[in-house]
Design a protein around this ligand. Structure first.
Ligand code: UDP
Length: 324
């Protein structure tokens, strides 16, 4: 049995689907603060908060957990800048708690949702796993604290972990059974699609004076199914007894500016909408593009949905299904 914390959330739900389709049994733990019960269509479900040690212990007592995939976390850069303490508590303290309970039950395999936000403002592009770790926002800082903890638990405490540093997760399940939806929404593609559907008056571009060709931030958008596939491969990697703990970037290796994303959304939807240029959002680096060669070489992972248009189209199909 695989425990998936945050399995009612965007990425966790896609991983839950893939694991079940690949013959694994899963149990999802989620407090539904951000996730959706309707996204848990596979495996068992427990509504619990990771700070509730008794309830978490019960899950380990009642189930034969062989590995934990840990998605439960807050993930908005903007919110983390406004309420840092919330991020350290939920993202760091709750992970500490989970690892402590795993240790009590001798569960040693752990897959962690990490992030490109660890790299802060990178010195060179594309970014590989050895690049300097210098987050510029509390979200990235809280994830770095977990990675440091994982390293020590692995070096000295018997834990075997894989940390997956996602670049910008995007798109939706190609069967349209699950997709992205935050409340309130803060991520670029669903916000732009909201504008296309008339659910908002316009889309705001946060800053057009960055050091990029069109002045807007460049990000590496990676399809959520490709992220899910990396988790499956990471689990298989940890199942090999001689493999060590490891860290992998997950991105396409292609960068797209915010303006390019907006234009692609207009093209895919065939709908025009207002675009406003606003102030920079605090905590945003100019360019983040992944070097994911290590995941390709060691995990045998290769992204399948690599065209931005295809990524946006899958997101659009889901968006229409939910909101029209
Ligand atoms: N962004 C924007 N307008 C929005 C939301 C996001 O211009 O309404 C920009 C944001 O500043 C960043 C990029 O889009 O440069 C991706 O942001 P998102 O929040 O989707 O992901 P993040 O990079 O924070 O993980």
């Amino acid at each position: 049995m695989i425990l998936i914390t945050g399995g009612a959330g965007y990425i966790g739900a896609h991983v839950n689907k893939l694991l079940n389709n690949s013959g694994y049994e899963t149990i999802v733990l989620d407090n539904l603060s951000k996730g959706h019960k309707s996204a848990v269509k596979w495996g068992d479900f427990v509504n619990a908060d990771l700070s509730d040690s008794e309830k978490v212990r019960e899950i380990f007592q009642d189930n034969d957990i062989e590995a934990v995939m840990h998605f439960a976390a807050f993930s908005s850069v903007a919110e983390s800048v406004e309420e840092p303490e919330k991020y350290f508590k939920n993202n760091y303290e709750n992970t500490l708690n989970l690892l402590k309970i795993m240790k009590e039950f001798r569960v040693r395999k752990f897959i962690f949702s990490s992030t490109a936000a660890l790299y802060g403002i990178p010195k060179s592009i594309p970014i590989n796993e050895d690049s300097e770790l210098k987050p510029i926002n509390p979200y990235g800082e809280s994830k770095l604290m977990v990675e440091n903890l994982l390293k020590d638990e692995s070096d000295f405490g018997g834990l075997k972990y894989v940390s997956l540093r996602y670049f910008n997760a995007a798109g939706a399940d190609l069967d349209c059974e699950i997709g992205e939806g935050h409340d309130p929404e803060s991520h670029l593609i669903p916000l732009v699609l909201d504008a296309a559907l008339g659910r908002r008056d316009s889309i705001s571009i946060f800053g057009d004076d960055y050091s990029t060709p069109d002045g807007t931030c460049i990000r590496d958008y990676i399809h959520v199914n490709d992220l899910a596939d990396a988790h499956l491969k990471a689990l298989q990697y940890l199942e090999e007894p001689f493999n060590d703990s490891n860290i992998f970037n997950l991105g396409n290796g292609n960068g797209f500016s915010v303006k390019e994303v907006v234009d692609t959304c207009k093209k895919v939807t065939g709908i025009d909408f207002d675009v406003k240029i606003e102030e920079r959002r605090p905590g945003d680096p100019d360019i983040l593009i992944a070097d994911s060669k290590k995941a390709e070489e060691i995990l045998g992972w290769k992204p399948q949905v690599t065209e931005l248009e295809d990524i946006v189209e899958s997101a659009w199909n889901w968006h229409k299904k939910i909101h029209v």
